[in-house]
Design a protein around this ligand. Sequence first.
Ligand code: NG6
Ligand code: CA
Length: 509
Amino acid sequence: MKKTTCFSWLFCVFGALFFQSCARPVVKEEVPEKKPNIVFIYLDDLGYGDVSAYQSGTLQTPNMDILANGGLRFTNGYSSSATCTPSRFALLTGTYPWRNQNAKILPGTAPLIIDTAQVTLPKILRKQGYHTAVIGKWHLGLGTGFVDWNQEISPNPKHVGFDHSYILAATQDRVPTVYIENGRVVNLDPNDPISVDYDKNFEGEPTAITNPEMLTMKWHHGHNNSIVNGIPRIGYMKGGQSAKWSDVDMADHFLEKGKAYIKEKAKSENPFFLFFPMQQPHVPRTPHPRFEGKSGMGPRGDALLEADWVIGELYKTLEEEGLLENTLIFFSSDNGPVLNDGYYDDAVEKLGNHTPAGPFRGGKYSLYEAGTRVPFITYWKGKIQPGVSDALVTQIDLLASLAALVGSEETGPDSQNLLDALLGKTQKGRESFVMEAYTKTALRAGDWVMIPPYPGPAVEKNVNIEMGNSPDYQLFNLKDDPGQKNNLAQSNPEKLEEMKKKYQEIRGD
Ligand code: NG6
Ligand code: CA
């Protein structure tokens, strides 16, 4: 690696001597001789306080803690949005989700929202010699309009940069409840074709409303359409019996696929990028029976223990394959926590003293901090010094930062190269960031957060989460007030004006 740097230097020095100028006087980021493998472990609705290394909850997550304590644990790490699709869109494209009006919670039938001509993180890595894979939850849409689930679905993750994909289309609570491998539904019987509709049911098919006696899980709000494995879902589905997943085996299933991928790629000369978006602790929470009752917190806690175990197994696989020293692991969540997200599953009743949101206000769907302030960890054995970083970092920045790591100059519109912060070489992160929740946005700049006025309920009753809506501007100093209790908008008008100006500059409206 030193050699490359030396060479560029010599080239510049001699270039400058002979030609009086050097075309690129900037020394490029050091590119490690052997490019590291990159593994993204991305949970679904995991809160800042759900990871025990974040020292706020009561649940023990020993395997997440191995990453957190053996790597760099960020305290100011953000997902780009308080919901799933927009966060994933931003992570893969380095683009603020509020720039794309389709980046909102998608039904299972939605078309792919990433433009296939767009720069994406997996495309960048692929150009640099990486084999790329996504194994887990997708939720970025598939196809271009009407999807025929009985044919190869295209475009699919391959068209945005993933050489291999093994996914669930949307969420565990949305139909179709099947796995899709490289654009094709797995285990589909052509004599039992799949039909999916989000507006109307198929004649004669049971739903949670017509056949409540078939339910093994009760719905609280939404989630009263087709029934699969006793669980009522969002959307209607017919056919595809042999292809339907088993909910309680989902974690084992994705783990098995992830392990197999790592083992296969360990034999290759080329590096790999594995995006491993997990389904826990999103609803419906269906931990395998061997985790049932283990947390004392009901299915949400049990699903978290299951997820923690999966992470431990993945880590062990990397270790056994001798890959740990040459693999950068990124661990985070797509948005903040929610307890009741549409099913009666004791998440509220059995919470006890656990604090999924950590010290923060709000939760999933919210513009307050808990919506987007998530566990955020980088781990690279022998390369990243264990520690804690307060640098302001966001998931949008992974694209430019990892591009720099692998020697690419490509970037996304809003992605910043924070590689030094992610590797722990500096505590300097971003200056500012515009977070998103349900298409609403707010500004974080330095220690300050400004939330513009928004109509709508202060508390979303179904999920019992404070959304951040208020008829007035809200201004908080997170350094003194991480829980966003004291609105300083009235008492600090200068700061408010400064924040408004900065916000408008970034939003461009
Ligand atoms: C909401 C669902 C919620 C969850 C969420 C998506 C209802 C009433 N609520 O619409 O249960 O599926 O969408 O979550 O249907 S996310 O993490 O994928 O963004
Ligand atoms: Ca989510």
